[in-house]
Design a protein around this ligand. Structure first.
Ligand code: B1M
Length: 214
């Protein structure tokens, strides 16, 4: 079994005790961090979610898989930040939308954006409308990103945008959105400038949007 397959299997099994050792081995073998995240960790989470959706796995399985992914990311994240040639490109404010507690994908977006040299303000999960407004006033970000994993709470995104409009802040920022159920059509419907299906694309789109702005 390849090391990437092993990491995938350990994540599916929720084996947070052994994942660290394998991830370190993969890094020592020269496997790119992006590859470990995209080919093993993210794919494993997708698999676990699908089995959960089909009733074959249960909530504790999802929690263990999430804990395993977090253990792996705690090892990978500092290695990504170690890139010394990176300079601060801009400021990003990001949060998971109101009513939604999922944060693994958001945290990956943060890791990738930081890797591209962004200063990131993480508002956390289940973020209230006013919190984005406060953060824009305080940090004057270039980009504000919403992460949404639940179809039920995606409907809160227009209310997040309305809160920005009411505060007169909408035009001051570039908006971005992502998360498993989000589509380009969804972003277009609400005039959100950036849609990204995954964390690497998100970071690339952030860089592109800033270079077009300047
Ligand atoms: Co939840 N959950 N969950 N869950 N969970 C999903 C999302 C689900 C699809 C599982 C399923 O049924 N198949 C389903 C949603 C169905 C739907 O609405 N369509 C679901 C459900 C139903 C629920 C609960 C309601 C379950 C219950 O209580 N009955 C509950 C809701 C709680 C709440 O939020 N109010 C719940 C709870 C949980 C846990 C707490 C157990 C745990 C979250 C732990 C945590 O986040 N700290 C959890 C998990 C782990 C999942 C799955 C299995 C994995 C999510 C994940 O971390 N994926 C998930 C199944 C799935 O997604 N297929 C599921 C890995 C991560 C790397 O991917 O988050 O998609 P993702 O992020 C990607 C992209 O989407 C993108 O980049 C990331 C990296 O490439 N991206 C962005 C994300 N945000 C972005 C922002 C951007 C750009 C890109 O900005 C520009």
């Amino acid at each position: 079994m390849s090391i990437l397959d092993k990491i995938y299997e350990l994540t599916v099994q929720g084996n947070y005790r052994e994942i660290g050792e394998e991830v370190k081995k993969a890094v020592d073998d020269g496997i790119k961090i992006d590859t470990i995240i995209n080919e093993s960790l993210s794919k494993a989470m997708l698999y676990v979610g699908d089995r959960f959706g089909e009733g074959e796995l249960y909530m504790p399985d999802m929690l263990l898989a999430a804990k395993t992914m977090k253990t792996a990311m705690d090892i990978l994240k500092p290695l990504m930040k170690g890139d010394e040639h990176i300079s601060e490109k801009g400021t990003l404010v990001i949060g998971t939308v109101k009513g939604d507690l999922h944060d693994i994908g958001k945290n990956l977006v943060i890791t990738m954006a930081e890797g591209q040299g962004f200063k990131v303000i993480d508002l956390g999960i289940d973020v209230d409308y006013g919190k984005f407004v406060e953060a824009i006033n305080e940090y004057r970000p270039d980009i504000v990103a919403f992460s949404g994993l639940l179809t039920t709470t995606l409907g809160n995104i227009p209310d997040h945008i309305k809160a920005l409009e009411d505060a007169g802040l909408r035009k001051q920022v570039i908006l971005a959105v992502g998360g498993a159920p989000v589509t380009r059509e969804f972003a277009d419907r609400y005039g959100i400038e950036i849609y990204a299906p995954d964390a690497s694309t998100a970071a690339k789109e952030f860089v592109k949007a800033l270079s077009e702005k300047k």
